[in-house]
Design a protein around this ligand. Structure first.
Ligand code: SF4
Length: 470
């Protein structure tokens, strides 16, 4: 038995409520089970419970064993003073409030269908990182897709929070915010922080003054990255070094920050040298970063723009002074698409949320739907399973599902897990209304804390338009 199952049982009312009573024999009637909180403090708030003849309004706290009340030191925490009912699997110890009165306690161990416990145990112990993988095919299509819609919006909201935090640091300057976020994205997978520091030391409005002179922009970026400090013999790095020294004196630039660049276990096209060269190319070619993101009609515009040409030196080098086989060092479609998915779409979404213009949020979703999914080890595990995995939309949703639900085993907060536990497959409904009516999803939707922000993701043209917000 785990506490999260206890929460689920209470949240969904899946326990025998006939002749419910406290452990001291007082009758109990649950009028409102309250709202579940996944954070610190009592588990449910806003509950209405009749104990004997009195209706109480307040918190419900849950534990496997009643003695955990003391072990967790709730008796010393004023946040628990408003607790009106202690719901436990087993009362191994009586619990008293600060004023000496006994906290009413309800035991659930004889009131829960043990088949539900078995199904839960089976669910969370199966599946090598995706606990429900062997049962996923039993879940209706509409529930699987609705869960993906929900987690995609959660993911974009989380990323939008990060964008808007940067916007605050940049004093509401969207152009600088886009520059910072884009530079950080160029550092994916393992050089985000150093690239962010370089971008912070070189504001976009400053670089734009040199947009007519690519060598200056490259010198500034490589110089502030600390990559022009060595002794060079080749002409291109020598020119960059001279230019950087001149510009640094002219603008009294601070010393380059001390940065740890990672070249290990990266494909050469992901080396920070090539990413900086490409970032310089974007800074030179894109006069208005934000405007170009807002007006782009398809993600392909950015896929091509991000892969624009870089200095010919990089056809024979991956690092300064080290010769490499001649080749055109393209960023590659996969990397460009990854930037659109991880940078452009979140920026659009954040902008729409900040300006309260949902068309940009819709556009972010459309971009994700129009671009193929990324390829990585996590998504590879989902490929054989009955989940959509064609577009960036699907891929981002599955990554969020994996990281925030499957890996931490939050199956009881997942619509898919709720349907599996409820085991409604004996009579498989086919109509959307029946699926929703027969499953626990409506209760799950009603009980879960509402994510802040925009309405749920809408897959263009599919039936999910009619699903309630969750
Ligand atoms: S969180 Fe949901 S999708 Fe993930 S394993 Fe559990 S039930 Fe399956």
């Amino acid at each position: 038995m785990q506490e999260q199952l206890l929460h689920y049982v209470w949240r969904t009312g899946r326990f025998d409520q006939q002749r419910l009573a406290t452990t001291t024999g007082q009758s109990v009637q649950v009028l409102k089970r309250g709202v579940y909180h996944g954070h610190a403090g009592p588990d449910f708030s806003g509950a209405h419970i009749r104990v004997g003849d009195t209706v109480w309004h307040g918190h419900v706290e849950m534990h496997i064993y009643a003695s955990e009340w003391y072990r967790h030191r709730h008796h010393l925490d004023p946040a628990y003073d408003g607790t009106i009912l202690h719901v436990v699997w087993e009362e191994d110890q009586a619990v008293f409030r600060q004023d000496g009165t006994r906290l009413p306690c309800v035991e659930l161990r004889k009131r829960v269908d043990h088949r539900l416990l078995t199904r839960y145990e089976r669910l969370i112990h199966d599946g090598n990182g995706i606990p429900c993988k062997y049962a996923l095919h039993q879940v209706s299509d509409i529930i699987r897709k609705s869960m993906l819609d929900r987690v995609l919006v959660e993911r974009l909201d989380r990323k939008a929070d990060a964008v808007l935090a940067t916007l605050g640091q940049q004093k509401e300057d969207w152009e600088e915010t886009v520059w910072q976020y884009l530079a950080t994205g160029f550092g994916i997978p393992s050089n985000q922080e150093p690239l962010a520091q370089v971008a912070r030391s070189l504001p976009f409005r400053f670089l734009k003054k040199y947009a007519h002179d690519p060598l200056s922009v490259e010198a500034l970026l490589f110089g502030q990255a600390g990559m022009l400090e060595g002794e060079f013999v080749e002409e291109y790095p020598l020119k960059l070094q001279r230019e950087y020294r001149f510009l640094r004196r002219k603008h009294e630039l601070p010393d380059p920050p001390s940065l740890r660049w990672n070249f290990l276990r990266l494909r050469p096209v992901s080396f920070p040298t090539l990413r900086l060269a490409r970032l310089a190319s974007v800074a030179v070619r894109q006069e208005n970063l934000l405007a170009n993101i807002l007006v782009a009609s398809t993600p392909q515009y950015w896929v091509h723009s991000l892969d624009a040409g870089i200095h010919p030196y990089w056809t024979r080098h991956y690092r300064f002074g080290v010769q490499a086989p001649a080749s055109i060092k393209h960023l590659g479609d996969a990397s460009s698409r990854s930037l659109v998915i991880n940078v452009m779409a979140p920026l659009l979404f954040a902008y729409g949320r900040h300006r309260q213009e949902s068309r940009y949020q819709e556009k972010a979703l459309q971009f994700l739907e129009q671009i193929p999914a990324e390829q990585n080890r996590i998504l590879d595990k989902w490929k054989p399973l009955p989940m959509p995995l064609k577009s960036g939309y699907d891929g981002q949703a599955l990554l969020e599902l994996q990281h925030l639900y499957c890996t931490p085993r939050r199956c009881l907060e997942c619509a898919i897990g709720c349907q599996l536990i409820a085991d409604i497959r004996r009579q498989e409904p086919t109509r959307v209304e029946d699926i929703l009516a027969n499953s626990l999803v409506p209760e799950w939707l009603a009980m879960m804390p509402k994510p802040e922000g925009p309405p749920p993701a809408i897959r263009s043209g599919n039936a999910l338009r009619s699903l309630p917000a969750c």
